[in-house]
Design a protein around this ligand. Structure first.
Ligand SMILES: Cc1cc2nc3c(=O)[nH]c(=O)nc-3n(C[C@H](O)[C@H](O)[C@H](O)COP(=O)(O)OP(=O)(O)OC[C@H]3O[C@@H](n4cnc5c(N)ncnc54)[C@H](O)[C@@H]3O)c2cc1C
Length: 416
């Protein structure tokens, strides 16, 4: 029997995981990954790079060594999607035909949406954990901070790892408090576009206590609009009921998390839905495209309303693989993603709240412990176990043992 041609666009956390799981489920499948980058980074480790715990190199592998054996790698990027004709055009001039398409391009970072930011980044105490190019500067700036206002921003959702903008604020606060003189001269401000500290109420409650305990000035509905690097001023648009006002904060340190969206090639394609951000319009349970049945999507570029994390991909990939192969076989698509995501909320060096939750914002802990408590054991999970699992299990196709809530009636249990 001729094998179907499966094209995966994007060989990041999602694309590599799906390719590995597909091959394990059905050896011999014809799979191509379209991915321009020669290097892959473990982005969930970047908060710890910015906090001086990991080196950038520890989060790096070459893409070549991660492409599963038996998968063809085309080192180019998708420049247009033509789902009506089952074709993708690539930057090397090739037009690739497929029987099934998986879109996994991740998100684009919209630095330019904040006036003055692109040229200011990496200078004058303006840093970010969201770019590998400024990660080392984040740690340098935090480590050498001598006092003043340290401002940490968070843009409107969706972003990847919604907890990351505040995790670095807690870690920086710990560093400042190592020196009584620096601590006495400093103030930490967490300025977020969101109306609260975290979107999941169960985990927002302990985080509010962390903020209060640390004396952090949390400012809600604050969206960063401009950075004036020479004057060290950050300008925010502040929503108050129906009105909007401007607020300027002078800083010594500014950690920026930029707004994010789907890459233009996806957002401008027929695959995008009408919702803002241009994400791929898939069914939130089956991960199948709503208008093109042979197209699936997962990871940050997919349009499900889950919290965008690498951990979410552990929940999504087995469902996508099960449903894609069911479609190949002409069977019903009966695996469903429950919105699982996990944000290891680092609340200081040696402390983490392991926030796991689903679409309903219910806690779904993997450990038999109260998940709302800050724990040293969860810090060890974050620092040691999760990176190991990522490189040695997730990207190699190991399944995450979870029970998936069905979209249409039937429960499908997937395990190793
Ligand atoms: C600072 C930070 C902290 C984080 N912390 C955590 C955490 O603690 N826990 C957690 O689970 N997650 C965390 N995340 C989020 C996590 O890294 C992402 O959710 C995850 O990497 C998403 O995987 P993805 O494959 O969808 O996208 P990516 O891993 O970004 O991969 C997308 C790939 O697609 C490629 N691509 C882009 N455009 C094209 C194109 N046109 N054609 C072909 N290929 C293309 C890119 O080169 C890239 O390799 C964090 C992220 C950051 C930045």
């Amino acid at each position: 029997m001729t094998q179907p041609r499966i094209l995966i666009v994007g060989g990041g956390a999602a694309g590599l995981t799906v390719a590995s799981q597909l091959l394990q489920a059905r050896p011999g499948l014809v799979i191509t990954i379209l991915e321009p980058a020669a290097d892959h980074y473990y982005q969930p480790g970047w908060t710890l790079v910015g906090a001086g715990v990991f080196s950038l190199e520890e989060t790096h592998r070459s893409e070549r060594q991660l492409i599963p054996e038996g998968v063809e790698w085309l080192q180019a990027e998708a420049v247009s999607f033509d789902p009506e004709h089952n074709q993708v055009s690539a930057s090397n001039g090739e037009t690739i035909s497929y029987d099934f398409l998986v879109v996994a391009t991740g998100m684009k970072l919209c630095w330019e949406a904040i006036k003055g930011l692109p040229e200011a980044l990496g200078t004058n105490g303006i840093c970010s954990n969201y770019s590998k190019d400024t990660l080392n500067y984040t740690w340098e700036t935090i480590k050498n901070f001598k006092g003043g206002l340290a401002v940490f921003t968070c843009p409107p959702m969706p972003i990847k790892c919604p907890g990351a903008p505040q995790k670095i604020a807690y870690l920086a606060d710990d560093v400042f408090k190592r020196s009584p003189e620096v601590a006495a001269r400093s103030k930490v401000i967490y300025a977020t576009a969101t109306p609260g500290i975290f979107g999941v109420p169960t985990y927002a409650a302990p985080l509010r206590k962390v903020v209060a305990r640390r004396g952090i000035d949390a400012r809600y509905n604050h969206t960063l609009t401009e950075v004036r690097a020479d004057k060290k001023e950050a300008v925010f648009s502040v929503k108050e009921g129906d009105s909007v006002r401007e607020e300027m904060i002078s800083f010594e340190l500014l950690h920026v998390t930029p707004p994010m969206a789907a890459p233009d090639v996806v957002a401008k394609s027929p695959l995008a839905g009408s919702a803002p951000g241009g994400f791929v319009e898939v069914d939130k349970f089956s991960l199948q495209h709503l208008r093109f049945p042979n197209v699936f999507s997962l990871g940050d570029v997919s349009g499900m309303p889950n919290s965008k994390t690498a951990a979410a991909i552990r929940g999504q990939a087995p469902v996508l693989v099960h449903n894609l192969l069911a479609l190949v076989d002409g069977k019903p698509l009966n695996a469903a993603y429950d919105g699982y995501s996990c944000c290891p909320l680092i609340t200081g060096y040696g402390k983490t709240i392991m926030a796991e939750f689903n679409y309903e914002q219910q806690p779904v802990p993997s450990f038999p412990l109260d998940p709302t408590v800050e724990r040293w054991s969860m810090w060890i999970v974050k620092v040691k176990i999760l990176p190991w699992l990522y490189w040695n299990r997730m990207l190699k196709g190991g399944l995450h043992e979870r029970r998936f809530i069905p979209g249409a009636g039937q429960v499908v249990t997937l395990s190793d």
